[in-house]
Design a protein around this ligand. Structure first.
Ligand SMILES: Cc1ncc(COP(=O)(O)O)c(C=O)c1O
Length: 394
């Protein structure tokens, strides 16, 4: 197997070989156990439930202690200095933007970005299935005087022509026109099982927006999964947008928090807006030192995780009565279907009790949603696949 091919586009490569849904030929032993941070009990636990490691309070405290013992954590006051400043600087560098700022939530990051980018213009175009449109309690309309206009195309993401159609329709049907300020893209798409928006589609949208003078915001809450599964850097994704938000808790394992990156002039305004909306926090090092720790070396670890994912999926598919599939342009989310003779609830119980592996229970259709994350590196591929095999035969 050529690592460079895998890195450039793992899925394309596997698709060409026809290996996405048939037993994988690469021996699991090639991905021998890779313990990332072997210092606390949770470092053996593999979870297929979340995008990140997910610590209990006890484990979180132990992990912070481990981080602090190896390199004393520096505190911040109101986000100034210490781990928070270090994280902001690291994210600015990572995204290629002038400046980055910590915010208490991704919701606030998204809302303040579209508010400030849009200025006096009242319309913001959003994906119909996006967090901004569906999951932010109408904050844009009720708090920020922005009207969200969804692109309704019944697909996981929209392209430039879908966007053009929405804007033309809007324009045809309104007599008193108020301006369009910002166009939003979410990548990967949470409500489409982690679908990654293809880079060419993003480029098309970006060219269209530049031509029309619209600003662009990227909700990149889980962007490192797109980087790992498609070999496209976070910086490349970010380069097509004015502002980018990345979550600190989805997979960087902090207890909460978000980062917004963009031009220095805009980010400086965000500081004031956070205060206006009651989001300025006295100290945030407890979140930012954790995220900083997991950001270090993330690309190498996530590449390993993406490779191991493909092997595990291939080998699970080789088990009798098991089918594991992902969506087109997927990242880390897979659907596991079992023949009726395998009880998904018993499988869950067996894996948890005997192998420190947690999965979600089957949904109403009997499908188990598997989320691959870096905890899969805490046991070897062979151990994980054998655990499923044992559970099924038991
Ligand atoms: C795609 C996406 N954007 C934004 C958010 C908001 O993050 P927060 O919970 O920090 O407000 C989430 C959280 O679920 C999300 O999945």
């Amino acid at each position: 197997m050529q690592p460079s091919l895998l890195k450039n586009n793992r899925r394309e490569f596997l698709k060409k070989l026809g290996l996405t849904s048939i037993p994988f030929i690469l021996p699991g032993a090639a991905f021998s156990k890779t313990v990332v941070h072997e210092n606390i009990k949770s470092d053996r636990k593999v979870n297929f439930e979340y995008d990140g490691i997910f610590f209990s309070p006890q484990e979180y405290i132990e992990k912070l202690k481990f981080i602090n013992d190896s390199n004393p954590i520096e505190g911040d006051i109101y986000g100034n200095g210490g781990a928070t400043l270090a994280l902001e600087q690291k994210f600015a560098e990572l995204t290629g933007k002038e400046k980055a700022i910590y915010l208490p939530t991704g919701t606030m990051a998204n809302q303040l970005a579209i508010k400030l980018l849009s200025g006096e213009k009242t319309k913001v175009i959003v994906p119909e299935n996006s967090h901004i449109y569906r999951d932010e309690a109408d904050a844009a309309q009720s708090v920020h005087s922005k009207r969200l206009v969804p692109v309704r195309n019944n697909k996981a993401y929209f392209d430039a022509s879908d966007l053009d159609q929405t804007i033309n329709e809007l324009s045809r049907n309104e007599v008193f026109k108020s301006g369009i300020g910002t166009v939003v893209v979410e990548n990967p798409v949470r409500r489409a099982d982690g679908t990654a928006v293809p880079l060419n589609t993003i480029k098309g949208i970006s060219e269209y927006c530049k031509e029309k003078g619209y600003r662009m915001h990227l909700d990149a809450a889980r962007v490192h999964f797109a980087e790992a599964f498609y070999g496209i850097s976070v910086k490349e994704y970010a380069s097509h947008f004015d502002t980018v938000y990345i979550s600190l808790y989805k997979y960087l394992n902090a207890a909460g928090g978000a980062i917004l990156c963009g031009d220095a002039s805009l980010i400086d305004e965000v500081t004031h807006q956070i205060k206006i909306h009651g989001g300025t926090m006295y100290q945030t090092w407890n979140n930012t030192s954790m995220a900083l720790h997991y950001l270090d070396g993330i690309t190498a670890r996530f590449n390993k995780m993406a490779d191991a994912t493909q092997v595990i999926v291939g080998q699970l598919n080789a088990l009798e009565g098991v089918e594991v599939q992902s969506v087109p342009n997927g990242t880390n989310i897979y659907q596991m279907r079992l023949v009726s003779s395998i009880d998904g609830n018993l499988l869950q119980e067996y894996l948890e009790t005997n192998h420190q592996i947690s999965i979600r229970p089957p949904n109403e259709k009997g499908v188990i949603r598997l989320a691959f994350n870096e905890s899969i590196l805490f046991q070897s591929v062979d151990e994980i696949v054998k655990a499923f095999q044992n559970a099924i035969s038991a």
